[in-house]
Design a protein around this ligand. Structure first.
Ligand code: NAD
Length: 427
Protein backbone atom coordinates (compact mmCIF):
# COMPACT_ATOMS: atom_id res chain seq x y z
CA UNK A 1 0.00 0.00 0.00
CA UNK A 2 1.44 3.40 -0.86
CA UNK A 3 1.61 5.99 1.93
CA UNK A 4 -1.07 8.70 1.74
CA UNK A 5 1.03 11.87 1.87
CA UNK A 6 -0.09 14.96 3.65
CA UNK A 7 0.69 17.58 0.97
CA UNK A 8 2.28 20.03 3.40
CA UNK A 9 4.52 17.30 4.84
CA UNK A 10 5.44 16.53 1.25
CA UNK A 11 6.30 20.18 0.55
CA UNK A 12 8.42 20.30 3.72
CA UNK A 13 10.13 16.99 2.89
CA UNK A 14 11.11 18.37 -0.52
CA UNK A 15 12.31 21.61 1.08
CA UNK A 16 14.35 19.85 3.80
CA UNK A 17 16.14 17.73 1.25
CA UNK A 18 17.24 20.78 -0.72
CA UNK A 19 17.98 22.86 2.39
CA UNK A 20 20.47 20.10 3.31
CA UNK A 21 21.97 20.15 -0.17
CA UNK A 22 22.35 23.95 -0.03
CA UNK A 23 23.61 23.87 3.56
CA UNK A 24 21.08 26.60 4.49
CA UNK A 25 21.75 28.33 7.80
CA UNK A 26 19.30 27.21 10.56
CA UNK A 27 17.49 30.58 10.83
CA UNK A 28 16.76 30.91 7.12
CA UNK A 29 15.79 27.26 6.98
CA UNK A 30 13.23 27.48 9.79
CA UNK A 31 11.81 30.71 8.35
CA UNK A 32 11.25 29.28 4.86
CA UNK A 33 9.85 25.96 6.16
CA UNK A 34 6.64 27.58 7.45
CA UNK A 35 4.04 30.05 6.17
CA UNK A 36 4.54 33.62 7.39
CA UNK A 37 0.81 34.04 8.06
CA UNK A 38 -2.44 32.10 7.91
CA UNK A 39 -6.07 33.14 8.02
CA UNK A 40 -8.82 30.59 8.78
CA UNK A 41 -12.38 31.82 8.77
CA UNK A 42 -16.05 31.02 8.25
CA UNK A 43 -18.30 32.35 5.48
CA UNK A 44 -22.03 32.28 6.25
CA UNK A 45 -24.18 32.14 3.12
CA UNK A 46 -27.95 32.54 2.80
CA UNK A 47 -28.77 29.69 0.44
CA UNK A 48 -31.41 29.85 -2.28
CA UNK A 49 -33.81 27.78 -0.12
CA UNK A 50 -33.59 30.39 2.68
CA UNK A 51 -31.36 28.34 5.01
CA UNK A 52 -27.92 29.53 6.16
CA UNK A 53 -24.89 27.38 5.41
CA UNK A 54 -21.47 28.09 6.87
CA UNK A 55 -18.44 27.43 4.65
CA UNK A 56 -14.83 27.28 5.84
CA UNK A 57 -12.27 29.44 4.08
CA UNK A 58 -8.50 29.86 4.18
CA UNK A 59 -5.74 32.17 3.04
CA UNK A 60 -2.14 31.22 3.63
CA UNK A 61 0.76 33.59 2.90
CA UNK A 62 3.85 31.45 2.81
CA UNK A 63 6.35 34.12 1.84
CA UNK A 64 6.50 37.70 0.57
CA UNK A 65 10.22 38.58 0.72
CA UNK A 66 10.54 38.92 -3.08
CA UNK A 67 7.17 40.66 -3.58
CA UNK A 68 3.47 40.41 -2.64
CA UNK A 69 2.19 36.89 -1.95
CA UNK A 70 0.57 35.40 -5.03
CA UNK A 71 -1.61 32.36 -5.54
CA UNK A 72 -4.98 30.97 -6.49
CA UNK A 73 -8.16 30.27 -4.60
CA UNK A 74 -9.48 26.76 -4.86
CA UNK A 75 -13.09 25.68 -4.30
CA UNK A 76 -13.08 22.00 -3.44
CA UNK A 77 -15.10 19.71 -1.14
CA UNK A 78 -11.90 17.97 0.06
CA UNK A 79 -9.95 21.19 0.67
CA UNK A 80 -7.83 21.12 3.85
CA UNK A 81 -5.62 23.65 5.63
CA UNK A 82 -2.58 21.50 4.86
CA UNK A 83 -3.37 21.39 1.15
CA UNK A 84 -3.57 25.19 1.13
CA UNK A 85 -0.29 25.44 3.12
CA UNK A 86 1.45 23.16 0.65
CA UNK A 87 0.12 25.03 -2.36
CA UNK A 88 1.16 28.39 -0.83
CA UNK A 89 4.67 27.04 -0.25
CA UNK A 90 4.93 25.77 -3.82
CA UNK A 91 3.82 29.21 -5.06
CA UNK A 92 6.83 30.80 -3.33
CA UNK A 93 9.20 28.43 -5.13
CA UNK A 94 7.26 28.79 -8.39
CA UNK A 95 7.52 32.60 -8.52
CA UNK A 96 11.18 32.40 -7.54
CA UNK A 97 12.13 29.74 -10.10
CA UNK A 98 10.70 31.82 -12.98
CA UNK A 99 12.21 34.92 -11.37
CA UNK A 100 9.15 37.13 -11.07
CA UNK A 101 8.93 39.65 -8.20
CA UNK A 102 6.18 37.86 -6.26
CA UNK A 103 5.92 35.59 -3.23
CA UNK A 104 3.68 32.63 -2.44
CA UNK A 105 0.14 32.42 -1.14
CA UNK A 106 -2.92 30.26 -1.62
CA UNK A 107 -6.55 30.26 -0.59
CA UNK A 108 -9.45 27.92 -0.54
CA UNK A 109 -13.01 27.32 0.45
CA UNK A 110 -14.40 23.90 1.38
CA UNK A 111 -17.34 23.71 -0.99
CA UNK A 112 -18.53 22.02 -4.15
CA UNK A 113 -19.45 24.74 -6.66
CA UNK A 114 -21.01 22.08 -8.91
CA UNK A 115 -23.76 21.85 -6.31
CA UNK A 116 -24.16 25.60 -5.71
CA UNK A 117 -26.13 28.14 -7.71
CA UNK A 118 -24.27 31.13 -9.24
CA UNK A 119 -25.82 33.38 -6.58
CA UNK A 120 -24.59 31.12 -3.77
CA UNK A 121 -21.09 31.04 -5.32
CA UNK A 122 -21.11 34.84 -5.57
CA UNK A 123 -21.94 35.07 -1.86
CA UNK A 124 -19.00 32.78 -1.04
CA UNK A 125 -16.67 34.95 -3.16
CA UNK A 126 -17.83 38.18 -1.54
CA UNK A 127 -17.75 36.62 1.96
CA UNK A 128 -14.18 35.38 1.36
CA UNK A 129 -13.01 38.90 0.47
CA UNK A 130 -14.79 40.49 3.46
CA UNK A 131 -12.97 38.12 5.82
CA UNK A 132 -9.45 38.88 4.55
CA UNK A 133 -9.91 42.36 3.12
CA UNK A 134 -7.33 44.00 5.40
CA UNK A 135 -4.70 41.37 4.71
CA UNK A 136 -4.83 41.10 0.92
CA UNK A 137 -4.42 43.61 -1.91
CA UNK A 138 -2.15 44.63 -4.79
CA UNK A 139 0.87 45.25 -2.53
CA UNK A 140 0.19 42.51 0.03
CA UNK A 141 -1.30 39.39 -1.47
CA UNK A 142 -2.83 38.88 -4.90
CA UNK A 143 -5.30 35.98 -5.44
CA UNK A 144 -6.09 34.21 -8.73
CA UNK A 145 -8.25 31.33 -10.00
CA UNK A 146 -7.43 27.69 -9.30
CA UNK A 147 -9.39 24.43 -9.28
CA UNK A 148 -13.12 25.12 -9.79
CA UNK A 149 -12.77 28.93 -9.74
CA UNK A 150 -12.73 31.15 -12.83
CA UNK A 151 -12.81 34.72 -14.14
CA UNK A 152 -16.37 35.25 -12.92
CA UNK A 153 -15.39 34.34 -9.36
CA UNK A 154 -12.41 36.73 -9.62
CA UNK A 155 -14.64 39.55 -10.77
CA UNK A 156 -17.10 39.10 -7.91
CA UNK A 157 -14.12 39.17 -5.55
CA UNK A 158 -12.66 42.27 -7.24
CA UNK A 159 -16.01 44.03 -7.04
CA UNK A 160 -16.28 43.30 -3.31
CA UNK A 161 -12.68 44.45 -2.74
CA UNK A 162 -13.16 47.68 -4.70
CA UNK A 163 -16.48 48.38 -2.95
CA UNK A 164 -14.77 48.09 0.44
CA UNK A 165 -11.63 49.97 -0.65
CA UNK A 166 -13.54 52.71 -2.49
CA UNK A 167 -11.58 52.82 -5.73
CA UNK A 168 -10.28 50.84 -8.66
CA UNK A 169 -7.62 48.28 -7.77
CA UNK A 170 -7.46 45.84 -10.68
CA UNK A 171 -4.07 44.61 -9.43
CA UNK A 172 -5.84 43.07 -6.39
CA UNK A 173 -6.64 39.88 -8.27
CA UNK A 174 -5.62 38.21 -11.53
CA UNK A 175 -7.37 35.88 -13.94
CA UNK A 176 -9.94 38.61 -14.61
CA UNK A 177 -12.02 38.51 -17.81
CA UNK A 178 -10.63 40.27 -20.89
CA UNK A 179 -11.80 43.89 -21.06
CA UNK A 180 -12.08 44.04 -17.28
CA UNK A 181 -8.38 44.07 -16.46
CA UNK A 182 -7.59 40.55 -17.67
CA UNK A 183 -4.65 39.65 -19.90
CA UNK A 184 -4.97 37.99 -23.27
CA UNK A 185 -3.29 34.60 -23.14
CA UNK A 186 -4.08 33.92 -19.46
CA UNK A 187 -6.50 31.10 -20.32
CA UNK A 188 -3.83 29.32 -22.37
CA UNK A 189 -0.85 30.32 -20.22
CA UNK A 190 -0.49 27.40 -17.82
CA UNK A 191 -1.10 24.67 -20.39
CA UNK A 192 1.06 26.36 -23.04
CA UNK A 193 3.82 26.85 -20.44
CA UNK A 194 3.78 23.11 -19.72
CA UNK A 195 4.39 22.40 -23.40
CA UNK A 196 7.06 25.11 -23.82
CA UNK A 197 8.95 23.25 -21.07
CA UNK A 198 8.25 19.87 -22.72
CA UNK A 199 9.59 21.26 -26.03
CA UNK A 200 12.83 22.36 -24.33
CA UNK A 201 13.15 19.05 -22.46
CA UNK A 202 12.70 17.12 -25.72
CA UNK A 203 15.56 19.16 -27.23
CA UNK A 204 17.82 18.29 -24.28
CA UNK A 205 16.93 14.61 -24.70
CA UNK A 206 17.62 14.81 -28.44
CA UNK A 207 13.99 13.99 -29.28
CA UNK A 208 11.58 15.46 -31.81
CA UNK A 209 8.41 16.70 -30.07
CA UNK A 210 6.51 16.24 -33.33
CA UNK A 211 7.12 12.51 -33.18
CA UNK A 212 6.21 12.03 -29.53
CA UNK A 213 3.03 10.79 -27.86
CA UNK A 214 1.55 11.85 -24.54
CA UNK A 215 -1.11 10.84 -22.01
CA UNK A 216 -2.81 13.62 -20.05
CA UNK A 217 -4.57 13.25 -16.70
CA UNK A 218 -7.42 15.74 -16.29
CA UNK A 219 -9.07 17.87 -18.94
CA UNK A 220 -9.53 21.20 -17.22
CA UNK A 221 -7.87 24.53 -17.93
CA UNK A 222 -4.28 23.25 -17.79
CA UNK A 223 -4.74 19.98 -19.63
CA UNK A 224 -6.93 21.39 -22.43
CA UNK A 225 -4.38 23.96 -23.59
CA UNK A 226 -1.39 21.70 -22.96
CA UNK A 227 -2.99 18.97 -25.09
CA UNK A 228 -3.89 21.50 -27.77
CA UNK A 229 -0.39 23.00 -28.09
CA UNK A 230 1.24 19.56 -27.93
CA UNK A 231 -0.99 18.48 -30.82
CA UNK A 232 -0.18 21.74 -32.67
CA UNK A 233 3.54 20.93 -32.33
CA UNK A 234 2.75 17.64 -34.11
CA UNK A 235 2.60 15.37 -31.04
CA UNK A 236 -0.01 12.66 -30.60
CA UNK A 237 -2.41 13.03 -27.67
CA UNK A 238 -3.18 9.42 -26.81
CA UNK A 239 -5.66 10.08 -24.00
CA UNK A 240 -7.04 12.59 -21.54
CA UNK A 241 -8.98 11.81 -18.38
CA UNK A 242 -11.48 13.57 -16.14
CA UNK A 243 -13.67 13.27 -13.09
CA UNK A 244 -17.36 12.68 -13.71
CA UNK A 245 -19.40 14.06 -10.81
CA UNK A 246 -22.54 12.20 -11.97
CA UNK A 247 -21.22 8.83 -10.84
CA UNK A 248 -18.24 9.99 -8.76
CA UNK A 249 -15.73 8.21 -10.94
CA UNK A 250 -12.93 9.18 -13.28
CA UNK A 251 -12.64 8.14 -16.92
CA UNK A 252 -9.82 8.01 -19.44
CA UNK A 253 -10.89 8.98 -22.97
CA UNK A 254 -8.84 7.36 -25.69
CA UNK A 255 -9.09 7.11 -29.46
CA UNK A 256 -7.04 4.89 -31.71
CA UNK A 257 -5.45 7.62 -33.84
CA UNK A 258 -5.15 10.08 -30.99
CA UNK A 259 -7.72 12.30 -29.33
CA UNK A 260 -8.73 15.65 -30.79
CA UNK A 261 -8.38 18.30 -28.04
CA UNK A 262 -10.55 20.79 -30.00
CA UNK A 263 -13.42 18.30 -30.27
CA UNK A 264 -13.18 17.34 -26.59
CA UNK A 265 -13.09 21.04 -25.64
CA UNK A 266 -16.42 21.43 -27.43
CA UNK A 267 -18.04 18.76 -25.19
CA UNK A 268 -16.43 19.53 -21.82
CA UNK A 269 -18.15 21.51 -19.07
CA UNK A 270 -16.57 24.40 -17.16
CA UNK A 271 -15.31 21.95 -14.48
CA UNK A 272 -13.40 19.83 -16.97
CA UNK A 273 -15.93 16.96 -17.14
CA UNK A 274 -16.25 15.50 -20.64
CA UNK A 275 -19.76 14.60 -21.84
CA UNK A 276 -19.43 10.80 -21.88
CA UNK A 277 -22.36 10.13 -24.20
CA UNK A 278 -21.07 12.57 -26.82
CA UNK A 279 -17.54 11.19 -26.57
CA UNK A 280 -18.75 7.60 -26.94
CA UNK A 281 -20.92 8.62 -29.90
CA UNK A 282 -17.82 10.12 -31.55
CA UNK A 283 -15.94 6.82 -31.27
CA UNK A 284 -13.97 7.47 -28.09
CA UNK A 285 -13.34 4.70 -25.55
CA UNK A 286 -14.18 5.58 -21.94
CA UNK A 287 -11.71 3.53 -19.85
CA UNK A 288 -11.37 3.67 -16.05
CA UNK A 289 -9.65 6.87 -14.89
CA UNK A 290 -6.61 4.95 -13.59
CA UNK A 291 -5.72 3.81 -17.15
CA UNK A 292 -4.13 7.12 -18.16
CA UNK A 293 -0.82 6.26 -16.51
CA UNK A 294 -0.55 2.83 -18.17
CA UNK A 295 -0.60 4.11 -21.76
CA UNK A 296 2.37 3.25 -23.98
CA UNK A 297 3.51 6.84 -24.54
CA UNK A 298 6.68 8.98 -24.42
CA UNK A 299 5.34 11.64 -22.08
CA UNK A 300 3.00 11.63 -19.07
CA UNK A 301 1.32 14.92 -18.22
CA UNK A 302 -0.62 14.85 -14.93
CA UNK A 303 -2.94 17.88 -14.87
CA UNK A 304 -5.55 16.97 -12.23
CA UNK A 305 -4.80 16.87 -8.49
CA UNK A 306 -1.96 16.07 -6.09
CA UNK A 307 -0.73 12.58 -5.02
CA UNK A 308 -1.64 10.93 -8.33
CA UNK A 309 1.77 9.34 -8.95
CA UNK A 310 2.64 7.42 -5.80
CA UNK A 311 4.66 4.33 -4.87
CA UNK A 312 1.92 2.10 -6.30
CA UNK A 313 0.96 3.93 -9.49
CA UNK A 314 4.61 4.71 -10.36
CA UNK A 315 5.05 0.96 -10.89
CA UNK A 316 2.44 1.08 -13.66
CA UNK A 317 4.38 3.56 -15.81
CA UNK A 318 5.38 1.78 -19.05
CA UNK A 319 9.05 1.41 -20.01
CA UNK A 320 8.65 3.73 -22.98
CA UNK A 321 7.94 6.83 -20.87
CA UNK A 322 10.91 9.23 -20.99
CA UNK A 323 9.41 12.43 -19.70
CA UNK A 324 7.03 13.44 -16.91
CA UNK A 325 5.69 17.00 -17.18
CA UNK A 326 3.89 17.91 -13.96
CA UNK A 327 1.06 20.22 -15.03
CA UNK A 328 -0.73 19.75 -11.68
CA UNK A 329 0.61 20.88 -8.34
CA UNK A 330 2.14 18.08 -6.27
CA UNK A 331 1.10 15.14 -8.48
CA UNK A 332 4.14 13.04 -7.47
CA UNK A 333 4.84 11.77 -3.95
CA UNK A 334 8.43 11.57 -2.63
CA UNK A 335 8.20 7.75 -2.79
CA UNK A 336 7.31 7.92 -6.47
CA UNK A 337 10.10 10.45 -7.04
CA UNK A 338 12.58 7.80 -5.95
CA UNK A 339 11.17 5.41 -8.57
CA UNK A 340 11.35 8.08 -11.31
CA UNK A 341 14.94 8.93 -10.37
CA UNK A 342 15.98 5.31 -10.52
CA UNK A 343 14.28 4.85 -13.89
CA UNK A 344 15.94 8.00 -15.20
CA UNK A 345 12.64 9.52 -16.32
CA UNK A 346 13.19 13.23 -17.04
CA UNK A 347 10.90 15.13 -14.67
CA UNK A 348 9.82 18.73 -15.25
CA UNK A 349 8.81 19.60 -11.67
CA UNK A 350 5.40 21.09 -11.03
CA UNK A 351 6.44 24.49 -9.76
CA UNK A 352 8.45 25.14 -12.93
CA UNK A 353 6.26 23.20 -15.36
CA UNK A 354 2.99 24.93 -14.46
CA UNK A 355 4.49 28.38 -13.74
CA UNK A 356 3.03 29.77 -16.99
CA UNK A 357 -0.18 30.70 -15.16
CA UNK A 358 1.44 32.81 -12.48
CA UNK A 359 3.87 34.31 -14.98
CA UNK A 360 0.94 35.52 -17.07
CA UNK A 361 -0.78 36.72 -13.90
CA UNK A 362 2.30 38.82 -13.26
CA UNK A 363 2.03 40.19 -16.83
CA UNK A 364 -1.64 40.92 -16.10
CA UNK A 365 -0.68 42.99 -13.04
CA UNK A 366 1.96 44.84 -15.05
CA UNK A 367 -0.61 45.67 -17.75
CA UNK A 368 -3.17 46.71 -15.10
CA UNK A 369 -0.60 49.06 -13.56
CA UNK A 370 0.12 50.65 -16.95
CA UNK A 371 -3.57 50.54 -17.93
CA UNK A 372 -2.28 49.42 -21.32
CA UNK A 373 -2.80 45.93 -22.67
CA UNK A 374 -0.58 43.82 -24.93
CA UNK A 375 -1.62 41.74 -27.92
CA UNK A 376 -1.92 38.01 -27.26
CA UNK A 377 1.17 37.16 -29.34
CA UNK A 378 3.25 39.53 -27.26
CA UNK A 379 2.04 37.96 -24.01
CA UNK A 380 2.72 34.43 -25.26
CA UNK A 381 6.15 35.39 -26.58
CA UNK A 382 7.15 36.88 -23.22
CA UNK A 383 5.74 33.79 -21.51
CA UNK A 384 7.73 31.45 -23.73
CA UNK A 385 10.93 33.39 -22.97
CA UNK A 386 10.37 33.22 -19.19
CA UNK A 387 9.55 29.50 -19.18
CA UNK A 388 12.38 28.63 -21.56
CA UNK A 389 14.92 30.56 -19.47
CA UNK A 390 13.68 28.94 -16.25
CA UNK A 391 13.77 25.47 -17.80
CA UNK A 392 17.28 26.00 -19.17
CA UNK A 393 18.59 27.28 -15.83
CA UNK A 394 17.30 24.07 -14.22
CA UNK A 395 18.57 21.80 -17.00
CA UNK A 396 22.03 23.45 -16.90
CA UNK A 397 22.26 22.85 -13.15
CA UNK A 398 21.16 19.23 -13.63
CA UNK A 399 23.97 18.74 -16.14
CA UNK A 400 26.57 20.67 -14.16
CA UNK A 401 25.93 19.20 -10.72
CA UNK A 402 24.40 15.83 -11.64
CA UNK A 403 21.39 16.54 -9.40
CA UNK A 404 17.77 15.43 -9.86
CA UNK A 405 15.60 17.90 -11.82
CA UNK A 406 13.27 18.66 -8.91
CA UNK A 407 16.24 19.30 -6.64
CA UNK A 408 17.86 21.58 -9.21
CA UNK A 409 14.71 23.69 -9.61
CA UNK A 410 14.33 23.86 -5.83
CA UNK A 411 17.96 24.85 -5.39
CA UNK A 412 17.51 27.82 -7.73
CA UNK A 413 14.22 28.92 -6.16
CA UNK A 414 15.13 28.40 -2.50
CA UNK A 415 18.46 30.15 -2.87
CA UNK A 416 16.72 33.20 -4.42
CA UNK A 417 14.24 33.44 -1.51
CA UNK A 418 16.95 32.71 1.07
CA UNK A 419 19.03 35.52 -0.40
CA UNK A 420 16.05 37.90 -0.14
CA UNK A 421 15.67 36.90 3.54
CA UNK A 422 19.35 37.55 4.22
CA UNK A 423 19.43 40.88 2.38
CA UNK A 424 16.29 42.07 4.17
CA UNK A 425 17.90 41.10 7.47
CA UNK A 426 15.12 38.67 8.36
CA UNK A 427 17.46 35.78 9.05
P1 NAD B 1 -9.68 22.35 -13.50
O1 NAD B 1 -10.64 22.32 -12.38
O2 NAD B 1 -9.93 23.26 -14.65
O3 NAD B 1 -9.48 20.87 -14.08
C1 NAD B 1 -9.18 19.78 -13.28
C2 NAD B 1 -9.35 18.55 -14.15
O4 NAD B 1 -8.96 17.38 -13.41
C3 NAD B 1 -10.81 18.32 -14.57
O5 NAD B 1 -10.86 17.83 -15.89
C4 NAD B 1 -11.27 17.23 -13.60
O6 NAD B 1 -12.36 16.48 -14.13
C5 NAD B 1 -9.99 16.43 -13.51
N1 NAD B 1 -9.93 15.52 -12.36
C6 NAD B 1 -10.22 15.77 -11.07
N2 NAD B 1 -10.01 14.65 -10.33
C7 NAD B 1 -9.60 13.70 -11.19
C8 NAD B 1 -9.26 12.33 -11.06
N3 NAD B 1 -9.26 11.72 -9.87
N4 NAD B 1 -8.88 11.64 -12.18
C9 NAD B 1 -8.87 12.24 -13.39
N5 NAD B 1 -9.18 13.53 -13.57
C10 NAD B 1 -9.55 14.24 -12.49
O7 NAD B 1 -8.25 22.65 -12.84
P2 NAD B 1 -6.96 23.23 -13.55
O8 NAD B 1 -6.99 24.70 -13.41
O9 NAD B 1 -6.77 22.61 -14.88
O10 NAD B 1 -5.83 22.71 -12.53
C11 NAD B 1 -5.32 21.39 -12.58
C12 NAD B 1 -4.07 21.30 -11.72
O11 NAD B 1 -3.13 22.27 -12.17
C13 NAD B 1 -4.26 21.60 -10.23
O12 NAD B 1 -3.31 20.84 -9.50
C14 NAD B 1 -3.93 23.08 -10.12
O13 NAD B 1 -3.54 23.45 -8.81
C15 NAD B 1 -2.77 23.14 -11.09
N6 NAD B 1 -2.50 24.48 -11.64
C16 NAD B 1 -3.45 25.19 -12.31
C17 NAD B 1 -3.12 26.42 -12.83
C18 NAD B 1 -4.09 27.21 -13.66
O14 NAD B 1 -3.69 28.27 -14.16
N7 NAD B 1 -5.29 26.74 -13.89
C19 NAD B 1 -1.84 26.95 -12.64
C20 NAD B 1 -0.89 26.19 -11.96
C21 NAD B 1 -1.23 24.95 -11.45
Amino acid sequence: MSKAFNPFEMAQTQFDRVADMLGLEPGVRELLRWPLREYHFTIPVRMDDGSVRVFRGFRVQHNDFRGPAKGGIRFHPQETADTVRALATWMTWKCAVVDIPLGGGKGGVICDPRKLSPREQEQICRGWVRQVFKNVGPVQDVPAPDVMTNGQHMLWMLDEYETLAGGHFPGFITGKPIGLGGSLGRTEATGFGVIYAVREAAKRLGLDIGKMSAAFQGFGNVSQYAAKLFRDYGGKVVCVSCWDGRDNASYTYRKKDGVDPDFLMSIVDSYGAIDREKALAAGYEALPGSEWIKQDVDILVPCALENQINAETAQLIPKRVKLLAEGANGPTTPEADAVLRERKIYVIPDFLCNAGGVTCSYFEQVQDNMNFFWEKDEVLKKLDTKLTNAFNAMADLVEKRGVYMRDAAYMIAIERVAQAARLRGRA
